[in-house]
Design a protein around this ligand. Structure first.
Ligand SMILES: *Cc1c(COP(=O)(O)O)cnc(C)c1O
Length: 502
């Protein structure tokens, strides 16, 4: 199994090399040359297997160079009992007729990033072993809120690895921030960036391609890696739960053999939903992938018009992990839909960089629309979704999931409701207590209360338990208080490498 760059330059690399280097040398993203496919009977036979084994089945064909033993051990460590608070890892719950919610937030940080970031460090270590790589890893993370903490939890105290997280200082919730700045571990550093997520992501990409930093890093005995979803190693573990969702639909008798289903995905950087696209290509009977954007509706507009246009204001919403204008992983979709036309992909990407927009052709757009439905929810839509589903069914959603629920309702209005649909729930409602309380009680006065007080109010209001990792947060000390401007991110890396060398 070879991996190639979406921009078409350079040789194919092995899976291990793709996982270690994150970004291809020409600035493109690594993709497998061919997507493996499963027969329906193979997919069907997965339904009674535990999560770990389903994960092995899905991931192994992508990691042929890694070896069965290494992958099985990595999976056992990532998903071992106790890491996730639910024995199903990603349990599927019925919300109402024909709508099921796949809860992806039972891991250590209460958001779906754990699904991949509990596994990625082990995959990287196996890859290093495989490649005879002796250098230490410097994991650079730009986070819109949840990746940072999930990467810190996944990589803390992993040997020969350091983690540097950049988060938009005023772009994350109070709880998200406390989760990150209280992180323990000898190998971690967390820095607030005076800018938004796009600034932080751009800064990290720049660091990756800065030759002078490359030299310093080489001298210090380090190599850069990324824990963002530009890294192929993030996407494989995310394909798994699309299969486990289907397995649970079958087990629960919600769907008949061979019947197709829809999946709604609250989307930001297009990583989660892209994993669903690959799962569909592998043979999983997904009918439509419903792409749900918040008020930063670049993706929804793109799916509806074929025009990707970031000449607009960046809006701070109550679903901060989706506050993104430049969705990196869309590049991988374009590459696949254009039948691996690297030249065209390069043109679109350079147009995006120079002119801040690009337009795909009509045939491409039709192909995308056959698989994807795009919709969006503004802030009021999101609040209303939380309030109404809770009032009707008792099911409580976080704001990201609620964006998905709103778009699901639009989809049903447009396309009907004869098919079973799975809504991916990407965070625990308790991770965003201020927004959720405000949604449940529009007339309540919460502005003077901090999020820790609201956490407890939400518990009382919903009569549901606060995840333990969030409950203990209030007592945690702030250990990281450094900030920098987007232009200074490279300097921060330099400092860390030089400090470390002394
Ligand atoms: C990261 C994140 C998303 C967006 O996922 P992408 O893979 O970037 O599309 C949605 N919801 C939550 C809670 C997240 O943390």
């Amino acid at each position: 199994m070879l991996y190639i760059s979406t921009r078409g330059k350079g040789e194919g690399v092995s899976a291990s090399q793709a996982v270690l280097s994150s970004l291809a040398g020409d600035g493109g993203l690594y993709v497998p040359k061919v997507i493996p496919t499963f027969s329906y009977s193979r997919i069907q036979s997965m339904q009674h297997k535990p999560y770990e084994e389903q994960a092995y089945q899905v991931i192994a064909p992508y990691l042929q160079d890694m070896g069965e033993k290494d992958l099985k051990e990595s999976l056992a460590r990532a998903y071992r009992p106790g890491k996730f608070s639910d024995p199903n890892i990603a349990p599927l719950k019925k919300a109402k007729e024909n709508l099921f919610v796949l809860e992806l937030w039972h891991g250590p940080t209460a958001a779906f990033k754990d699904m991949a970031l509990q596994l990625l460090p082990h995959l990287m270590n196996s890859a290093k072993k495989k490649e005879g790589e002796k250098r230490q890893s410097l994991i650079l993370v730009a986070t819109s809120g949840d990746t940072g903490k999930a990467a810190l939890e996944g990589f803390k105290d992993v040997e020969k690895t350091r983690v540097l997280v950049f988060f938009p200082e005023d772009g994350v919730s109070e709880l998200q921030k406390r989760q990150m700045v209280s992180q323990k571990g000898d190998n971690v550093r967390v820095i607030g960036v005076k800018g938004n997520f796009d600034d932080a992501q751009k800064g990290v990409k720049k660091i990756f391609s800065d030759p002078s930093l490359g030299g310093i890093m080489e001298q210090a005995g380090y190599m850069f890696s990324s824990a963002n979803s530009i890294n192929w190693g993030r996407l494989m573990p995310q394909m798994v739960y699309y299969f486990t969702a289907y397995a649970q639909l079958l087990r629960q008798g919600a769907i008949r053999d061979g019947e197709t289903f829809n999946v709604v995905v609250p989307t930001g950087n297009f990583g989660n939903i892209l994993a669903g696209y690959y799962a569909r290509k592998m043979g999983l009977p997904i009918h439509r992938l419903i792409c749900a954007s918040n008020a930063n509706r670049v993706l929804a507009d793109f799916i509806n018009t074929g025009k990707y246009d970031i000449r607009r204001d960046f809006i701070k919403t109550m679903s901060p992990s989706m506050d993104i204008l430049v969705s990196s992983n869309l590049e991988r979709l374009l590459y696949d839909i254009s039948e691996q036309d690297a030249e065209e992909v390069s043109d679109w990407m350079s147009s995006l960089q120079r002119k801040r927009h690009y337009q795909i052709g009509g045939d491409m757009l039709k192909k995308i629309q056959r698989t994807f439905y795009g919709g969006c929810a503004d802030e009021e839509d999101t609040r209303k979704a939380i309030r109404e589903l809770f009032a009707k069914t008792g099911y409580l959603m976080d704001p990201h999931t609620a964006v998905g629920y709103h778009v699901y309702q639009d989809y049903v209005k447009d396309c009907g409701n004869e098919r079973c649909t799975v809504l991916l729930s990407t965070a625990s409602p308790f991770k965003f207590p201020a927004s959720v309380m405000k949604a449940l009680k529009p007339d309540g006065i919460f502005c003077r209360k901090d999020e820790f007080a609201l956490l407890k109010e939400l518990r009382n209001e919903s009569k549901q338990e606060i995840p333990l990792n969030l409950l203990s947060l209030e007592e945690r000390q702030v250990l990281h208080d450094q900030t920098c401007s987007p232009d200074n991110m490279g300097e921060m890396v330099r400092e860390l490498l030089v400090d470390n060398n002394e």
